[in-house]
Structure formats: structure tokens, C-alpha cells
Ligand binder design. Structure first.
Ligand code: FAD
Length: 808
């Protein structure tokens, strides 16, 4: 065993082996993998080996596509047979709602180059005669699906890595991990010790336990999963004989099952509603190549539907039932990347679809370890997308929900109920009493809209029960004054004598003078957007930075990794230690002026001013800015003052008809201002010029801020894309995100977000298109629920084009 290695990967499942292979592929050969038993001794060995490119997040879908395309490469390079069967596949819809959903999946895949297409139930039957066409409405055909041999595939990664110089130690269990003051790791195994620069936790079923070795509680839980294998089926043999082909994969969403051919019979698996976590607290170390007891009772309901949808199964004998555990994160996507607060400790776990995602995870992680950046937009699977709220019990509730809904439709306006309410602010009950319908963001209950008595959300792809009310909320802001809670934003305090200089390095924008705010993007070395913030200078050695709530850990990881060594600046995530309210609309100033003797006029307290003052008896930080794009204020306070302030503002606003509004109205308001938002318009995929944020970059400031060289290059060359806004001739539904944008009949771009801009009375979409056609007003179309709708590019915001209202 080596005494030193650059990287030690813990775990020889498909994921660990893929990480190892990719490290060596990119030139790092001084790397080892440590496996407590044989390769594939976790969930990998009993996987059904199915793979596909579909994922709700297009960025993860791209990595899945990469994984599927990689198989031929590793098979050829290693010489190891991986039992690849590219059978193609069908996704089946048994209801019109499901067919709508499949159409949206298909549309999303278009700009990713997905080659799938729609089929009628009859056409699907012709391709896959085992299905009963009368049970289905339609299907999507995807040529890029198939299955492989999990054992062969894992060994192909391992052999390829070994060929490139990696070493693999079997029957070697990592028992302890200790980080030394110089940042290197002591990887203590039952066979000796290795000193490593980097440690990768790819321990699959034991990822939680390996996390605990370094004091981490990773949000990951294993679930039992069952599939059955039939005896030989004459229908299968006959199909193979007459066509010379294998039967294709099918995912029957409404039956909650998947099937594929296995030898001369079939395999049928299900994500059962009556799901069961496995080893919810601790995974036993002596678990290995055994299966869990079969429990057909639990999947009877799903099997009955399956047998009805695929009648040939009724006559088939069951040869074997497999019940095995595999791991999930709360939202079902992997947990990948560097763990915040630790140096060189990497996560590659909770990969629930190792054969669809393992290659992409290995690629992204190897890039990240070697280059400091995953090279793709991997936020959807970043280990930092969960905060402290993702405890063991939270994870248990969310994973069970996610597993049991694996094949369920999630409507765009649907909020899932598990593990709620968890985080609430002091005015939660007040808002609830006022009719608030809540969503969650980073665990926090956040009002979406305020439902009048008797009305509730009706989940749909189309405009729904909230449409009129959200419209009323949005219009109330534009014509009078509205109040919303803003506690869900991330708030950071940056303090110290070096705070200003540090911010100047880390942020690409100008540092505002005392008492002023500015909008500023944050870039990575490649000049791509990794954040957009409002920066407030409270007093040269104390700054308040406001950003996206869901990215708090993601941003803190970046900040902490870049803090000055001399301690001259420090950063704190204030979390719910600072909560917020926002008052917006032409009457906003009148409301606030009633609560302070200080002059809030446009000259005394102009747009982008910020100061500490009292409103009534409550000390607050008041900023003259609003994401609604109107005259407006953000008010930040300690939580103990929030109820008082809420009541005070509602009382002071009564004479102006103050109206509570939620996130849905805010979305409508920011769309008519063409304001982008983090994780939608602003992501590490785009440069600032592309995103229309060039005016917020201080290209000529003396500081060599991170990403400056790349940003200057982008400025000189112009960037390939442009973020643009469209109005859409929508009917009864509005775009949400990821729909394809056509120009002159060809897919040329994609929607990042959209909705109905109620105050302007028109449907709006924002999205990216190639720069060379971004000046074209006409010739655009957007696909929505299978319909191609005319769209018109809006070069200027629909509301308050010159910002006069905002600055008034
Ligand atoms: C019944 C079933 C069907 C499935 N079907 C499919 C499918 O069709 N398609 C698909 O893509 N996925 C499928 N999966 C999921 C798939 O198996 C997983 O996504 C995949 O196996 C995850 O691999 P992994 O490498 O992350 O974890 P694991 O396979 O669990 O590997 C972790 C490895 O780490 C080792 N290890 C742990 N702790 C230590 C330690 N301290 N020291 C040394 N070594 C350690 C373990 O021994 C183990 O070998 C299925 C799973 C099940 C259970």
C-alpha cells in the first residue's frame, strides 16, 4: 500500500470508480481507491443497470448524456465487456395530464440535443408489443436508453483507471479520517495509513458513516428498492426471433413501474408508494452481498397496474425478486463537490442512478479537484445546496416523499408537503391568518400568494386558482403599496479593516461609498456568474451583502475559501438572525414617512441609499431598493422586532390600502422589469455581458477581482449569448423555464423563466439566444405544452423603461 497519494477515493462502487477513472484521464495518476470489500459491494452489484438521459434539470440531463456516451469509450479502453444493450426506450403516459408533462420534458430536451420524439399509443405498441395501447394516451421515444452489466461497467472504470496508473486496494476499510494542520489527510485503514491531499467520499450506502468520521451529517438515506425477473416469456422470444432486436425499456409513469428485457424474460421494477427506508440511522458495516427480504405485498398495487398495462406479464412466472438498498438525497439528485468548511474533503454520494449519472459525477468532480471548478453548471447536484436544516429527520421525511413520487407529476405550482413547516419567521402566524399559501425555500416557509377564504392552489400546467388573486396583488403594488416578507434572502455581514479590499477582490462591481448600495455580480476565474448581490456599505468596515437564499452555503463556501489569511476581513451568514420586510409601490414612501421623523424624500434618501434608523420603536436597516422595480424599500431587522414592525406597517399603510403580496406577484413584477434572478437567468453558464449585467461590472477598477481577465475578454469579444425578454401570445398557460425558443423555425435558445406580468397584462418569457440574433424583434416562437406560440422580443422593460418610478 502506498504511504502517500494525491487523492484517496473511498468506495469502489460505480461512482468511486468513475471518479478515479476521470482523475487519471485528466492526468492525475498518483491516486488510489480504497474498498472495504470487493468492487461493487454496496448498492452497485444488484442494480438493474438501466440508463437514460432524462432529468428534470437540463444541466444534470447533460451530464447524464455524457455518462451514456462514455460507455463505449471505457469498454474499448479497458477491454472489459460491460454488457451494453442500447435498446432505446419509451416513456408512457396513461392520462392526458401525463402526456402534457411528457411534452414538456420533450420540449426541454430540444436545446440539449435530445433526439426523442412523441408517439401515439398505437405507434408505441408497434415498437413495444408487450404494452396494451388501450391503456395509454401516448409516449415519448428516446433512442438513448438501454442497460448494462453493473459489475462489468464498474470494473471497466477500474481497469481504465489502473491502466492510467491508479491503484486500487480491496478488502481495505477506511476507519478514521484525520486532517493535519497542513491540510493533508491521514486516511487510516485496517491495513495501514495513507497520507492524502484530497479525500473523496464515494462510500455509497456508507456515505453517511464516512461523513460522520469528519463530523458531517450528510443528507442522505438509503431506501429499499425491488424489482422482479420473470421466467422466459414466449412473447419476448418471438419478438426477438422475428425482429432480431431486443424489447425496449419502458417507464410507465402512471403505473409507477419500469420494465426491460432480461435474457428471454422481462425485468419489472417499481418505486412503490409504500416505500421503506433502510438502516435509517446507521448502515451496518457487515452488510455486503446479501439481498433484503422480498416483500411483494408492498408492491402489489403497482404490479397490478403493471400487469394490466403489459398483459403478457399475467402469464409469466416470476424467476427471482431482488430487494436492495440504494441512497437518495432529499431532492433525489446527487451530493457532489467540496464540503463547506473543510479543506479538500469531497463528496460524491447520494447518486441514485449511478449508471445514468456516474460518469457525469466523475467528470465534474475530477474537474473540480484538479481545476478548482466543475467545468459545468452543477448547482442542482452541489452538496452545498442544503443548509443546516437538512437534518437526519428532515432527510428521512423528504427522501420518503421523493422516492414515493419518483414517477409522479410535479406541477409547476405544486409545493410538496413533507418536513413542513420547519423554519418559520416570527410573522408566520400573522401571514397564515391573512391567507398566505406557503412554499419553502431553503427550508423556510415563504408566502407565495394570499388566498381569499375558500380558495386554494389547484395544481396544473395552466393558469390556475391563484391567477386573479396574484394579479390583484401585483397591481396593488403598481398602483398603491404592497408589503412582502423578504427573510428568505441570504444576508451576510462582512466586517473588518480589510473588508473593503476583500470585497473589491471577490466581487466584480464597484464598492459603494458609505450609506450607499450597489448591485454587483460575483464571477469565477472563467468569468462566469457565480452570484449576484446587493452590496451595502454601512460604514467602510461593515458591509451588508444580500443574495439568493438557496445559495447561502454555496456562497459561504466560496467566501470562506477566499478570505484573507491575516484575518482582516470576516464574513458571517446571518441567516434568520436578520429578517426582512419590503414595502413597494408609489405610496411606499408615504407609509414609511409616517414612522420616522427623518426625511425620506427622494433627495434626502434617494434610490440605493441605506441607513440605520428607527421605524416606530424598532431599530432597522432601511435600504431604498426593491426587486419589484418600483419605488420601494427593504427593511432589515432582528427577528424580535418583526411582528411589531409588521403590525406597525400594516396599520400605517391601511389608509393607502396596503396589500400583502407573495413571491408569485413579485415574479410577475420583476418580469415586466426584465430583472433576472439567481439560478434562473444568472448561473455559472453565463458571462456578465451575456446576462446583461455588464453595466454592473467595474472593468476599470484597480482591483484585480476574480474573473477580471475573463470578463475583459468577454467584453472585448461580446460573448456568445444574450439574455432577452419576450412577450408571448400565450393562451391559458405561461412558460416556466427550459422551454425551447425558435427563431425562423429553428430551436435557437431556451427560456430561463417566465410567467404572466399581471400589471402589464401580458405573458412574458426571459431566456438566452445567440448574440447575433438578439436584436431581432420578430420571427420568434416559444414552445409551450406542445404548442408553438408567437413571441416578440422586448428590447426595453415593459414597465418603467427609464427607471423613473424606481428612482422617484
Ligand atoms: C435494486 C436496485 C436497482 C437499481 N437499478 C438501477 C438502475 O437500473 N440504474 C441505475 O442507474 N441505478 C440503479 N440502482 C442504483 C445504483 O445501484 C446506485 O446508483 C449506485 O450503485 C451507486 O453507486 P455508489 O458507488 O455511489 O455506491 P455503492 O455501490 O454503495 O458503493 C460504495 C462502496 O463503498 C465501499 N465503502 C463504503 N465505506 C467504505 C469504507 N469506510 N472504506 C472502504 N470502502 C468503503 C462499499 O463497500 C461499496 O463498495 C439500483 C439500485 C438498487 C438497489
Amino acid at each position: 500500500m502506498k504511504s502517500h497519494a494525491r487523492v484517496v477515493v473511498i468506495g469502489g462502487g460505480v461512482v468511486g470508480c468513475s471518479v478515479l477513472y476521470h482523475l487519471t484521464k485528466f492526468g492525475w495518476s498518483d491516486v488510489v481507491l480504497v474498498e472495504r470489500s470487493e468492487l461493487t459491494s454496496g448498492s452497485t452489484w444488484h442494480a438493474a443497470g438501466g440508463m437514460h438521459t432524462i432529468n428534470g434539470d437540463p444541466n444534470v440531463a447533460r451530464l447524464q448524456k455524457y455518462t451514456v456516451e462514455l460507455y463505449k469509450e471505457i469498454e474499448a479502453y479497458s477491454g472489459q465487456d460491460i454488457g451494453l444493450h442500447m435498446t432505446s426506450g419509451l416513456m408512457l403516459a396513461a392520462t392526458p395530464e401525463r402526456f402534457d408533462w411528457l411534452k414538456s420534458v420533450l420540449a426541454k430536451g430540444k436545446y440539449n440535443g435530445m433526439e426523442a420524439h412523441l408517439l401515439s399509443a398505437r405507434e408505441a405498441h408497434e415498437m413495444m408489443p408487450l404494452l396494451d395501447p388501450d391503456q395509454f394516451v401516448g409516449a415519448v421515444f428516446d433512442p438513448n436508453e438501454g442497460h448494462l452489466d453493473p459489475y462489468g461497467t464498474t470494473h471497466a472504470y477500474a481497469k481504465s483507471a489502473r491502466k492510467n496508473g491508479a491503484e486500487i486496494y480491496l478488502h481495505t476499510k477506511v476507519e478514521e479520517l484525520v486532517q493535519l494542520p497542513d491540510g493533508t489527510w491521514r486516511v487510516i485503514t485496517d491495513k495501514g495509513e495513507i497520507r492524502a491531499e484530497h479525500v473523496v467520499n464515494a462510500a455509497g450506502l456508507w456515505a453517511r458513516e464516512v461523513g460522520r468520521m469528519v463530523g458531517l451529517e450528510l443528507p442522505v438515506l438509503a431506501m429499499e428498492h425491488m424489482y422482479l425477473l420473470t421466467e422466459d416469456m414466449p412473447e419476448v422470444i418471438e419478438f426477438n426471433r422475428t425482429t432480431g432486436r431486443e424489447l425496449m425499456h419502458c417507464v410507465d409513469f402512471d403505473g409507477e413501474i419500469y420494465i426491460r428485457q432480461e435474457r428471454n424474460g422481462m425485468l419489472m421494477g417499481t418505486y412503490e408508494k409504500a416505500c421503506r427506508p433502510w438502516s435509517p440511522i446507521e448502515t451496518p458495516w457487515d452488510f455486503g452481498h446479501e439481498l433484503l427480504p422480498e416483500d411483494l405485498e408492498r408492491i402489489t398495487g403497482e404490479l397490478e397496474v403493471g400487469f394490466r398495462h403489459f398483459p403478457a406479464f399475467n402469464n409469466a412466472g416470476i424467476r427471482k425478486i431482488i430487494n436492495g438498498p440504494f441512497t437518495f438525497s432529499p431532492d433525489g439528485n446527487p451530493l457532489v463537490g467540496p464540503v463547506r468548511g473543510m479543506m479538500n474533503f469531497w463528496s460524491a454520494c447520494a447518486v441514485m442512478a449511478g449508471f445514468s449519472q456516474g460518469g457525469g459525477v466523475g467528470l465534474a468532480l475530477a474537474n473540480w479537484i484538479i481545476n478548482g471548478d466543475p467545468g459545468f453548471d452543477v448547482f442542482a447536484m452541489d452538496v452545498c445546496r442544503y443548509g443546516d436544516h437538512a437534518t437526519l429527520a428532515y432527510t428521512n421525511a423528504k427522501v420518503r416523499e421523493n422516492y414515493s413520487r419518483r414517477f409522479s407529476i410535479r406541477y409547476p405550482n405544486e409545493e410538496l408537503p413533507a418536513a413542513r413547516p420547519l423554519l418559520t419567521t416570527p410573522i408566520y402566524d400573522r401571514l397564515k391568518a391573512a391567507g398566505a399559501v406557503f412554499g419553502t425555500s431553503y427550508g423556510l416557509e415563504t408566502p407565495l400568494w394570499f388566498a381569499p377564504p375558500g380558495l386554494e392552489d389547484r395544481f396544473s400546467w395552466r393558469r390556475s386558482a391563484d391567477f386573479e388573486t396574484v394579479g390583484r396583488e401585483a397591481r396593488a403594488v403598481r398602483t398603491g403599496v404592497g408589503l412582502m416578507e423578504t427573510s428568505g434572502f441570504a444576508k451576510y455581514a462582512i466586517r473588518g479593516e480589510g473588508a473593503r479590499d476583500w470585497l473589491d477582490q471577490i466581487l466584480a462591481g464597484k464598492i459603494p461609498p458609505t450609506g450607499r448600495m450597489t448591485l454587483t455580480p460575483m464571477l469565477n476565474e472563467a468569468g462566469k456568474l457565480i452570484g449576484d448581490f446587493t452590496l451595502a456599505n454601512l460604514d467602510d468596515e461593515e458591509f451588508l451583502l444580500i443574495g439568493s437564499g438557496i445559495a447561502e452555503d454555496y456562497h459561504m463556501r466560496w467566501f470562506e475559501n477566499h478570505l484573507p489569511d491575516d484575518g482582516s476581513a470576516e464574513v458571517d451568514a446571518l441567516n434568520l438572525g436578520l429578517v426582512g420586510l419590503s414595502v413597494a409601490g408609489p405610496k411606499a414612501r408615504d407609509v414609511l414617512q409616517k414612522l420616522t421623523h427623518l426625511d425620506l424624500s427622494g433627495t434626502a434618501f434617494p434610490f440605493m441609499a441605506i441607513r440605520e434608523l428607527d421605524l416606530g420603536m424598532a431599530p432597522v436597516i432601511l435600504g431604498r431598493v426593491s426587486y419589484a422595480g418600483d419605488l420601494g424599500y427593504e427593511i432589515w431587522m432582528k427577528p424580535e422586532y418583526q411582528r411589531y414592525l409588521f403590525d406597525l406597517l400594516m396599520e400605517a399603510g391601511a389608509e393607502f390600502g396596503i396589500t400583502l403580496f407573495g413571491l408569485r406577484a413579485l415574479n410577475a413584477l420583476r418580469l415586466e422589469k426584465s430583472f433576472g434572478s439567481w439560478a434562473r437567468e444568472y448561473r455559472p453558464l453565463y458571462g456578465p455581458k451575456e446576462a446583461g449585467l455588464g453595466r454592473f461590472i467595474a472593468y476599470d477598477k484597480p482591483a484585480t477581482f476574480i474573473g477580471k481577465t475573463a470578463a475583459l475578454k468577454e467584453k472585448a469579444e461580446g460573448g456568445a449569448l444574450r439574455l432577452v425578454t419576450f412577450t408571448v401570445k400565450a393562451k391559458d398557460a405561461d412558460v416556466i423555464g427550459d422551454e425551447p425558443i425558435y427563431f425562423d423555425g429553428k430551436v435557437r435558445g431556451w427560456v430561463t423563466s417566465g410567467g404572466y406580468a399581471h400589471a402589464s397584462g401580458i405573458s412574458v418569457a426571459m431566456g438566452y439566444v445567440p448574440r447575433e440574433i438578439a436584436g431581432e424583434i420578430h420571427g420568434w416562437q416559444i414552445e409551450l405544452l406542445g404548442e408553438i406560440l408567437p413571441a416578440t422580443l422586448q428590447p426595453r422593460p415593459l414597465f418603467d423603461q427609464n427607471g423613473a418610478r424606481m428612482r422617484s
